[in-house]
Design a protein around this ligand. Structure first.
Ligand code: MG
Ligand code: ZN
Length: 285
């Protein structure tokens, strides 16, 4: 979908949209914390959560149980308000997450938010023939590693590469329109895409979280402007202020009518012929 106002807002999901990690929330909610911690000592996170879904299924836990737990995950009303307001202003909203499709959809559907996002990029999920949830990596790292050398991306997902793909498809859909990206995240995995944002983009790392610590090691590595936030209220206030600012900046780049006190008759005829037509009044909605 082409961005209506030229702004693409990319949200991480865990500890950015919801205030917890959805994998931990499900595992804790279904009483399997110790088993999950044990699995994590022998396999990557993404493989462990898939294996955990198998163990929970074997114990008689249904997908209904999993979805029930997800529906109770804390979601700050200010975050919901921020999402709705950005959408109303014409921003193209995306989710880029290392959770999985089933968990994210369960939360978005419960809060009536699915329709606000044009795309969710995450690890795939499917329900197999016996009703067990299978979670597969975004990059099939057994077939081919994603090749990102940064060291902060897990084997199953380089969000930087995923962001590059989002940028390419968004740009193709937008045609000649300039796109401005705003990226929000909290985790180590959000560092790679933050580094790939351009000078015209804005990054909103969650203060005091891993991505913030990584950025603070050498903020000069970032091209995008930095706007940290701590909680839902600060996210809403910061995000809406940035969207308003970008809209004004982009508006100011449009051809302007001459000031009213400019006397056209004083200009040579050749210059008058080349004057731009007055820009139509644009109203944000
Ligand atoms: Mg996160
Ligand atoms: Zn990466």
């Amino acid at each position: 979908m082409a961005a209506g106002n030229g702004i693409v807002v990319v949200f991480d999901f865990d500890k950015t949209i919801i205030d917890v990690d959805s994998d931990n929330w499900v595992v804790d909610g279904l009483g399997a914390t110790h088993e999950f911690d044990r699995l994590l000592t022998t396999m990557p996170w993404n493989t462990a959560i898939d294996t955990m879904m198998g163990e929970l299924h074997a114990r008689g836990r249904t997908l209904h149980d999993v979805a029930d737990v997800l529906r109770a995950a804390p979601l700050d009303p200010r975050v919901v308000a921020a999402i709705r307001a950005c959408h109303a202003l014409g921003c193209d909203l995306r989710i880029l997450s290392d959770a999985n499709r089933f968990f994210i959809d369960a939360v978005l559907d419960h809060h009536g938010l699915r329709g606000y996002f044009s795309e969710v990029t995450t690890n795939t999920s499917r329900v197999d023939a016996v009703g067990r949830l299978r979670i597969a990596p975004y990059h099939d790292f057994h077939a081919a590693p994603h090749g990102c050398c940064l060291g902060t991306c897990p084997p199953n997902m380089c969000k930087g590469q995923a962001l590059d793909r989002i940028r390419a498809t968004s740009a193709a859909a937008a045609g000649s329109k300039t796109l401005r990206f705003i990226y929000l995240g909290d985790g180590r995995g959000d560092y790679c895409p933050s580094l790939r944002l351009g000078r015209e983009d804005l990054v909103m790392p969650r203060k005091g979280f891993p991505v913030w610590d990584l950025i603070c090691e050498d903020p000069a590595l970032l091209q995008a402007e930095l706007h940290p936030w701590s909680d839902g209220a600060e996210m809403e206030e910061t995000l809406l202020r940035l969207v308003a600012r970008v809209l004004i900046e982009e508006e100011s780049k449009l051809p302007r009518p001459l000031p009213l006190d400019c006397n056209l008759e004083l200009l040579p005829a050749a210059v008058q012929d080349g004057l731009p037509m007055p820009a139509p009044l644009r109203i944000s909605h």
